[in-house]
Design a protein around this ligand. Sequence first.
Ligand SMILES: Cc1ncc(COP(=O)(O)O)c(C=O)c1O
Length: 349
Amino acid sequence: MGYFRENIEKAESYQPGFQPSQADVVKLNTNENPYPPSPQVMKVLATITAEQLRRYPDPLGNAFRQAAAEVNGVQPDYIMCCNGGDELLRIAFQAFCDENRPAAYPVPTYSLYPVLANLQNCQAIEVPFDSEFNLPAKLASSAAALTIVCNPNAPTGSFVSVEELASLADELAGILLIDEAYVDFAEANCTALVKDFDNVIILRSMSKGYSLSGLRFGYAIAKPSLIAGLMKVKDSYNVDAVAIAVATAAIKDQQYFKENVEKVKRDREELTEQLRALKFDVSKSYANFVLAKSKNCPASEIYDKLVQHNIYVRYFDLPGLSDKLRITVGTKEQNNKLILALKEILSED
Ligand SMILES: Cc1ncc(COP(=O)(O)O)c(C=O)c1O
């Protein structure tokens, strides 16, 4: 017998996007926001005291809960702070799934879900999207304990309407977790559903819209009864004192947040047009990335050639994705460098 549980021994680990160590690269591969966080964040960071570090943090992160509750129009007991949205996903798998309690989700989607299912030793029911990434009807009848819909979806950037997700929540006997890591760049969100349904959990991330990927902070929105259950599974001090202070400053600065997100959305539309002009198929994105398929050159070849130009995008050698590249929306300057490099690469062929 090995030291590890059998499913851990056999598990494939999650493959995070490459994090190059050189500073002089154009990094469009892990959906970070290209702009800095709010200036309020850096001010708060500069005021952190030795005393704040000596003591354990508030186990519930109440300062953040209060601020996030105000922004989302709910009471603070609807909010749970997490060490990144990824921690909420792990907590959800631990809380709801086991050998007899499967998880279900439409594919292609965030590649962490099957990894977490495997760690929890639960069946993962993968229901394919159609070619237009509509919500598959079969999802409602999967009998999963945990159904996850990533909305906007990664890596497709597609969006399922709030009404469709409300119908799904209504039909499901288990939990519906709506992964809204990218929702800041969309036109609508599902917050209202947590008031109507006692089986809906919303995941939010501070990594994308708030430019805080390095901080590791996310949160759940759900009915207090669900939040109380999830809290039994989290580490007691899952978010640290610095993160609570910084994330609270960021979410309070809604004016900066909105301006930041608007810039990314504008640049996303421009990048989409520029890629289409180079004969890429690019479907409408509601996130801070686009999924692009060249009509003229294999995606893996373009990926390799972009690396030679010090430009990193994301290539997934997976069914339905291996002919496409996922490109994070960068600054105008980064996007223009990408387009220039693509022009060069495509003219070589
Ligand atoms: C679809 C999706 N959900 C959740 C997350 C988790 O984000 P974080 O842990 O940075 O908050 C990510 C991160 O890239 C993501 O792409």
